[in-house]
Each structure stands twice: as C-alpha cells, then as structure tokens.
Design a protein around this ligand. Structure first.
Ligand SMILES: Nc1ncnc2c1ncn2[C@@H]1O[C@H](COP(=O)(O)OP(=O)(O)OP(=O)(O)O)[C@@H](O)[C@H]1O
Length: 259
C-alpha cells in the first residue's frame, strides 16, 4: 500500500532578491491500495512527478509523510526501496551496458543473489518480450525499448508496490497494449500499482481508482463512476475539468451559455 499523508513540497529558485518559492505540492493526501491500479491524474505542472519522487524516497517532503507498506519513505528509505519498483520519467539506462547488465545491476543493488537475478531475468525477458534486445548495449534504444528495460529493472526484485511516472509517454499502441496487459497481470497478483498520467484514455483503460491532483493539491479520489457522479459529468474528461478547474470550468460554461 502506498499512502500520501498531507504531503507538501516547496522549492526555492533563484538567489537573494530574485529568490522565489514554488509550492509544487501542498497537502496532497491519498491512498493506493494493494490489488488495485490507482491513477494520479492531473494537468501539466500539477505536482504529479514531485509527489511520486517523495513516495520513491528521492525527494524529502517539506511536510507530511510518504508511506509505503506503512514505512516512512524518508526515514526508512532503504526498506522502502526494497518494497518498491519505480519507473521514473527519465528511464535513464547505462548506455555502455547491455539491457541484461542494466537489469542485473539493479538486482545486485537490491541485494539479490546471482541465481535469484537470473531466475527473475528469465521471467521478465519472457513477460516483456525482451528476447531480441536483452543482450544488446542500450545505446540507441527506441523509447519503447528503453521503457521495457526500465520496467524490467523496476520489477527485478519482484516488489509488492510499483510506481510509474507517465508510463505510456511516447509509446506506440502495440507497446501501450502490452504494458496495459502486464499491469493488469501484476494487479491480479495483488500488487499495489500507482501511475501518473494526464491521459483520460489511460485512466479509462486501466484505473480502478483515480486521484485528481490540481495545483499541487489532491481534490478528489474515487472510481471513474464515482467521480463522474460526484461532478455530475457525462464522461471522465468533463468530471476531470469540473473537479480540477472548478472556477475556470464555470467561467467557460457561463461564457458558452451567453454565446
Ligand atoms: N526542482 C524544482 N525546482 C523548482 N520548481 C520545481 C522543481 N520541481 C518541480 N517544480 C515545479 O513544481 C510544479 C510541479 O511540477 P511537477 O513536475 O511535479 O508536475 P507534473 O504534474 O509532474 O507536471 P507534468 O505533467 O508537466 O510533468 C511545477 O510548477 C514545477 O515547475
């Protein structure tokens, strides 16, 4: 289970008189449960990546708590990392290493034995269809190939929780479908999956629960149906606009009504 408890994060940019504080995340609270896919849905700049970085132990919260299976991501970072697989927005791979070496290295960092790594590697190569690229250096890999290797790396230690930042970014429809199937299988095996997105189709295709985040704050959590009912909306897009931008939606609606 992954929990954001009143999380906040501010950044200071510039120095002296030029200094400015950016409130990237303000009092974000939600729960992503085991055996469910939870989508963190928000517009550009809403604070999705910053929230996920706090949950992944990469960024220290200014306030609040990031919890993974009840463990504090800041205070118990090593234990949290052992229980978490992360597909970050960067998908950074070591280009001098082969795909297999990249994945193996992460297994070693997690303290796995060589035998356990090779066992998991075989499963992931098969699951992700990596046969033709696993022993190639990752230099020059396409976006889809990079995503698959980064996902294998995130899953090598078979973590109970998975965090994916905009996982379908830049992928073709075949690769998106493969990813969706994989995530559904992982959900069936009881894993807790939290993904960020701003794509409505992604939410409709995958999410059991949706958390809407806007201007750094979580504004609603529920199933697609619950959110549509709550916003009195015909579809998820309308529900999202009404819940994430209530003032602008009203203004736009009022203007539309006058025309
Ligand atoms: N290191 C940083 N320094 C200063 N400001 C930051 C930093 N990281 C994030 N921000 C700001 O915090 C806000 C939230 O950014 P974040 O990347 O978390 O949003 P997002 O929802 O992931 O956006 P997108 O969908 O565009 O990737 C933005 O205004 C961003 O400019």
């Amino acid at each position: 289970m992954i929990e954001s408890k009143d999380l906040s994060k501010s950044f200071t940019t510039g120095k002296g008189k030029q200094a400015k504080t950016v409130h990237a995340v303000s009092h974000a609270s939600f729960v992503a449960r085991d055996g469910l896919i939870t989508a963190l849905l928000g517009p550009n700049g809403a604070g999705k990546t910053t929230t996920m970085r706090m949950l992944c132990t990469l960024v220290e919260p200014s306030a609040g708590q990031a919890l993974v299976d009840g463990l504090d991501a800041h205070k118990d970072a090593v234990k949290v990392r052992a229980r978490l697989g992360v597909l970050s927005d960067a998908r950074g791979l070591y280009t001098r290493l082969t795909a297999r070496e990249n994945v193996r290295y992460f297994g070693e960092l997690q303290g796995m034995t060589a035998q356990a790594i090779e066992h998991r590697m075989d499963i992931l190569v098969h699951q992700l269809g990596l046969q033709s690229i696993i022993d190639r250096r990752t230099e020059g890999f396409s976006q889809g190939e990079r995503m698959k290797v980064a996902l294998a790396r995130a899953l090598i230690h078979d973590p109970p929780n998975l965090i994916l930042d905009e996982p379908t970014n830049g992928l073709d429809i075949m690769t998106i479908r493969l990813l969706r199937e994989l995530l559904k299988n992982l959900r069936s095996s009881g894993k807790c999956i939290l993904l960020s997105t701003h794509i409505m189709q992604e939410v409709a295709a995958l999410a059991d629960e949706v958390v809407i985040i806007s201007a750094g704050t979580t504004v609603a959590q529920g199933t697609v149906d619950e959110l549509q009912q709550r916003a009195d909306a015909a579809d998820m897009e309308e529900a999202f606009l009404k819940l994430a931008f209530p003032d602008q939606y009203q203004e736009h609606f009022a203007q539309g009504a006058q025309v």
